[in-house]
Design a protein around this ligand. Structure first.
Ligand SMILES: CC(C)(COP(=O)(O)OP(=O)(O)OC[C@H]1O[C@@H](n2cnc3c(N)ncnc32)[C@H](O)[C@@H]1OP(=O)(O)O)[C@@H](O)C(=O)NCCC(=O)NCCS
Length: 173
C-alpha cells in the first residue's frame, strides 16, 4: 500500500489520499455504476490496500466534502506498472477528478522507481482514452478480443515516466 500524504487542492477542495479499508464500500458502490470499470470483489480491494502484497500496489481515493468521489489502483513490479482500475462517481465526472487521480498515481509510481506505465482501454471508451492521451500515454498495440461483455479489443497504452511525469506539462484543474 502507498502512504500518500493527503493532498488537498485549495482551488478545488479535492483531497487525494491513500485508500483505506473503510473506503471499500463506497469504492464498490461507485464502481458498480460504471459499466467500463472492472468489478472487483471486496477481497481484491483488501489485497490492493494491504502493505505486503506482491506485486505492490498503490491505491488512491479522491474525496470532496467528506465524500468519496473516485479511486485509482495501480500495481507495479520493479520498474513497470499497470493502471488496473480508475473510476469517478457518475455524478462527479467531468470536473478533473479522474485527471487528478491519475496524475497523483503517476507521481507515486515515479517516486517508487517506476519508469514505464501501461494500461488497457476499450476503443469505445473514448472519455478514458482521451484522458490517458492528454496525460501523455500513447498507443503501443492492440489485444484482440481482450474484453468480454461485450467482446472488444483492448488498446494497449504506455507512458514513460523516466524524464517527467507530465510530458505535456499537464496539471490537474
Ligand atoms: C474515465 C473517467 C475516470 C474520467 O473521470 P473524470 O473525473 O470525468 O475525468 P476528468 O474530469 O479529469 O476528464 C474528463 C473530461 O472532463 C473534462 N473536464 C475536466 N475538468 C472540467 C471542468 N472543470 N469543466 C468542464 N470539463 C472538464 C476534461 O477535459 C475531459 O473532457 P473530454 O472527455 O472531452 O476529454 C470516468 O469517466 C469514469 O469513471 N469512467 C468509467 C470507468 C472507466 O471507464 N475507467 C477507465 C477504464 S480504462
Amino acid at each position: 500500500m502507498s502512504h500518500l500524504d493527503p493532498h488537498r487542492d485549495p482551488g478545488t477542495g479535492l483531497t487525494i489520499r491513500s485508500m483505506v479499508e473503510s473506503d471499500i464500500d463506497s469504492v464498490m458502490m461507485i464502481a458498480s455504476l460504471l459499466p467500463t470499470a472492472p468489478q472487483w470483489s471486496r477481497g481484491a480491494y483488501e489485497t490492493a490496500i494491504s502493505a505486503d502484497g506482491i506485486p505492490k500496489r498503490i491505491a488512491l481515493a479522491a474525496e470532496y466534502s467528506g465524500e468519496l468521489k473516485g479511486f485509482v489502483i495501480a500495481r507495479f513490479l520493479y520498474s513497470l506498472a499497470e493502471i488496473e482500475t480508475l473510476g469517478v462517481d457518475v455524478s462527479a465526472q467531468r470536473n478533473g477528478i479522474g485527471t487528478s487521480l491519475l496524475v497523483a498515481a503517476l507521481d507515486e509510481l515515479r517516486l517508487a522507481g517506476v519508469d514505464e506505465v501501461e494500461l488497457e482501454v476499450r476503443p469505445s471508451n473514448e472519455r478514458a482514452w482521451r484522458l490517458y492521451e492528454r496525460i501523455g500515454f500513447s498507443e503501443v498495440g492492440r489485444r484482440r478480443g481482450y474484453y468480454r461483455e461485450p467482446v472488444e479489443d483492448a488498446i494497449l497504452l504506455r507512458l514513460g515516466l523516466a524524464r517527467q511525469a507530465f510530458p505535456q506539462g499537464l496539471k490537474p484543474r
